[in-house]
Design a protein around this ligand. Structure first.
Ligand SMILES: *Cc1c(COP(=O)(O)O)cnc(C)c1O
Length: 389
């Protein structure tokens, strides 16, 4: 079995560590232990202390490394703990180029915490590789991207960015939360490090906070392993189990998320009350062709604006199936108002200038019945009209 090349749908379920070799249990057990008995001082069975290593977490780490075509994986207590661990590779006077609309928490930790340690950052529109190239100065050590970005779904060419990074001896870091390895595997396009908020699609059920890091070689793996053990923000055994369990259904969930999203995006595009829509699955979406070179499809996040004839608050209040909440990637459909929720910390002029207007709406399309989701959007749009049609 071990040498047979398995496709991703099989690997999601039978990862590198499958079941329990001691009992035949079909699931990896939850090793709820902090420590391990040693045979004699310094002689142990591979585990000493659960911050350093835990078999349940290790099964998850091997699974995500395999899925992302990486060398090694690491489990963290949250997406931000994973991001913090990766940023801890850098030292004072180093600088990181980041996408100009990275996840708010990534920007915040760089702009507050890491700034105090002398680690700089520069915001660049990474969808334009020439602007990335132009921003590379002496201290720059890494390029950190998200593709697609939140909430406007801008696309960055992973291969083009990795080539620039390699030419200048920089790391390419990709936050792959929005697509997961089922849709996009950045390491296959030259990335060195992939980060996940596994809270989202990988966990998939809005019941878990977790983060993952995957690296492409032994050298970075030993650095991240050292940081993981030294800084200590590890994922717990039970949460590791939940995440393994979530990942088993990633393929079927993503297929449904995406097919629902494609139908809803098309319905919204054809709706005369929708002024603007952002969905990477559309031919006219900027970056569509690059997206389809590096990813399987356009994912399941849609952003749109209603015409001025609509009261946006009433649209949110009128929804019956879509839940107004932060986060994304769970089986249930969620809706959010980026300007007041995820991007509230950004001043309005900047928000408006990049397109995150007060009327922008973001959907995380769930796996419910798509007709009922479509009816829900349409009735809420109708209920939010200011004056008839
Ligand atoms: C949610 C999110 C994070 C942060 O992850 P947590 O698990 O909430 O700490 C990072 N990046 C992206 C793209 C996210 O959506």
């Amino acid at each position: 079995m071990a040498n047979i090349k398995k496709t991703i749908n099989t690997r999601l379920i039978h990862g590198p560590v499958d079941g329990d070799k001691h009992t035949g249990a079909v699931n990896v057990p939850i090793y709820q232990t902090s420590t391990y008995s040693q045979i004699s001082p310094g002689k142990h069975k591979g585990y000493e202390y659960s911050r350093t290593g835990n078999p349940t977490r290790e099964a998850l780490e091997k699974l995500i490394a395999d899925l992302e075509s990486g060398y090694a994986g690491f489990g963290f207590a949250s997406g931000l703990a994973a991001i913090t661990a990766v940023l801890s590779l850098f030292k004072s006077c180093d600088k990181i180029i980041i996408s100009n609309n990275v996840y708010g928490g990534t920007f915040r930790v760089l702009n507050t915490v890491f700034k105090n340690f002398g680690i700089g950052h520069e915001l660049v529109d990474t969808s334009k590789p020439e602007e990335v190239e132009a921003a590379i100065t002496d201290g720059v050590k890494a390029i950190y991207i998200e593709t697609p970005t939140n909430p406007l779904l801008n696309i960055t060419d992973i291969k083009a960015i990795s080539e620039i990074a390699k030419a200048h001896n920089l790391y390419t870091i990709v936050d792959n939360t929005f697509y997961t390895p089922y849709l996009q595997r950045p390491i296959e396009y030259g990335a060195d490090i992939v980060i996940h908020s596994a809270t989202k699609y990988l966990g998939g059920h809005s019941d878990l906070i977790a983060g993952l890091v995957v690296v492409n070689n032994k050298e970075i793996a030993s650095k991240i392993a050292f940081i993981q053990n030294s800084m200590g923000g590890v994922l717990q055994p039970f949460d590791s189990f939940l995440l393994i369990r979530g990942i088993k259904t990633l393929g079927v969930r993503m297929d449904r998320h995406v097919s629902n999203a494609e139908i809803l995006a098309e319905a919204l595009r054809n709706n005369s009350e929708v002024k603007k829509i952002y969905y990477p699955g559309f031919k006219e979406h900027p970056g569509h062709d690059i997206n389809f070179k590096q990813a399987k499809n356009g994912g399941a996040i849609i952003s749109f604006e209603l015409t001025e004839n609509h009261n946006v608050d009433r649209f949110f209040e009128g929804l019956k199936h879509f839940i107004l909440a932060e986060s994304l990637g769970g089986v249930e459909s969620l809706v959010c108002h980026p300007a007041s929720m995820t991007h509230a910390a950004i001043p309005r002029e900047i928000r408006d200038s990049v397109g995150i207007t007060d009327s922008l709406i973001r959907l995380s399309v769930g796996i419910e019945d798509v007709k009922e989701l479509q009816d829900d959007l349409e009735q809420a749009i109708a209920a939010s009209r200011r004056y008839g049609r």
